[in-house]
Design a protein around this ligand. Structure first.
Ligand code: PLP
Length: 373
């Protein structure tokens, strides 16, 4: 098909042309002075996005690697982790923790609500070493209220570490590693940071850094942080993705994070209005927990709709994951995105559904003063 493909899955997201051009350069010596200058620009830039004064470790990995790093740097096999079943990704993280030999208490959920702070407070037995929560559950489009979870841990005066997955929320929704008292924030490059897949991140509190996970090597924070002091890595970093990261951090800085968050929230609201106008239901049930990154839409024949969208309109929508297979499709509205890209996406969904009114409802919300009454 001619024209641009519409990549509206909730990540990987559209990579801006500026970032693609930044990546398209000769790979340099990762032990030379030019590389050190690059790293020394990127690392403070990342701290601004994670909203932390502490270190941010960058791995050549996917988000899954960053999950593992968060666990193995803070826990010993046999330690107890409290996790919340918010959806498919929370379930995968829990399985990983079990594979690594930790004990997991998994608070059940219905995949339509975020983690329940009161349930976390109730289940904080004295053995719990860490609470691990997915901030934005990409499989459901539901966010968890991290400050309320922090408050629940504090109310219980419990010393557990708080580990938070922001793979699909960082640089999309307000998030404050330091102010929210998070110990390890996990992220990946391919969503709000507008990069191709391939980088994983851990933002680390002092308390987390003082832990000594027993079994770790590649993921070990300490040698990385030591090498980072000089602008280097203990192994070969993903040089060209780091060129891209420098560019995407500059783009976020130019737009301003508050504006980035407002843009995401506005597109999410427009999308929900479209969904309701089509007579369909948004999966998220709590008004306080709607994701600004994506919207999961309940539809009995979700896979057929996705197939039409792809084959007829060259539009990729997110599939239903885990127990939501063929029950939802997901519209990604995160990353490098604007009003017309949203309207084009919603138009593709509307034509695939064979329904009316969604695009109009979204347009009326986006530009009320230009809508015919
Ligand atoms: N956590 C969340 C919330 C995700 O959405 C994803 C992937 O989409 C992951 C973790 C895993 O990241 P990756 O697929 O990059 O390993």
């Amino acid at each position: 098909m001619s024209g641009r493909h519409f990549l509206q899955i909730p990540g990987p997201t559209n990579v801006p042309d500026r970032v693609l051009r930044a990546i398209d350069r000769a790979t340099i010596d990762h032990r030379g002075p030019e590389f050190a200058r690059l790293a020394k620009e990127i690392l403070p830039g990342l701290q601004k996005v994670f909203r932390t004064q502490g270190p941010v470790v960058v791995y050549p990995s996917s988000g899954t690697g960053a999950w593992e790093a968060a666990l193995v740097n803070t826990l010993e096999p046999g330690d107890l982790v409290l996790m919340c079943e918010t959806g498919h990704f929370a379930t995968l993280w829990k399985q990983m923790a079990e594979n690594l030999g930790y004990r997991v208490e998994f608070i059940p959920g219905d995949w339509r609500h975020g983690a329940d702070p009161a349930a976390v407070e109730r289940r904080l037995s004295k053995d719990v070493r860490a609470v691990a929560v997915v901030h934005n559950e990409t499989s459901t489009g539901v966010t968890s209220r991290i400050p309320e979870i922090r408050a629940a841990i504090d109310r219980a005066r419990h010393p557990a570490l708080l580990l938070v997955d922001t793979v699909s929320s960082l640089a999309c929704m307000p998030y404050f590693h330091d102010d929210w008292g998070v110990d390890v924030t996990v992220c990946g490059s391919q969503k709000g940071l507008m990069l191709p897949p391939g980088l994983g991140f851990n933002a680390i509190s002092k308390k987390a850094l003082a832990q000594a996970g027993a079994r770790r090597s590649y993921w070990d924070w300490k040698p990385i942080l030591k090498a980072n002091e000089g602008g280097f890595f203990p192994y070969t970093p993903a040089t060209n993705l780091l060129y891209g990261l420098r560019e995407s951090l500059a783009m976020l800085e130019e737009e301003g994070l508050e504006n980035v968050f407002a843009r995401h929230a506005r597109h999410a609201e427009a999308t929900r209005r479209a969904v309701r106008a089509w007579g369909l239901e948004v999966l998220c049930l709590d008004e306080r927990e709607h994701s600004a990154s994506l919207t999961a839409v309940l539809a009995p024949d979700a896979d057929r709709i996705r197939k039409i969208a792809l084959e007829r309109f060259d539009l990729s929508l997110g599939t239903g994951l885990g127990k939501l297979q063929n029950r939802v499709f997901r519209i990604g509205h995160l990353g490098w995105f604007n009003d017309l890209m949203l309207c084009g996406t919603l138009c593709g969904v509307e034509m695939s559904l064979g329904r009316e009114g969604g695009v109009k409802a979204a347009m009326t919300f986006l530009e009320p003063e230009r809508s015919p009454s």
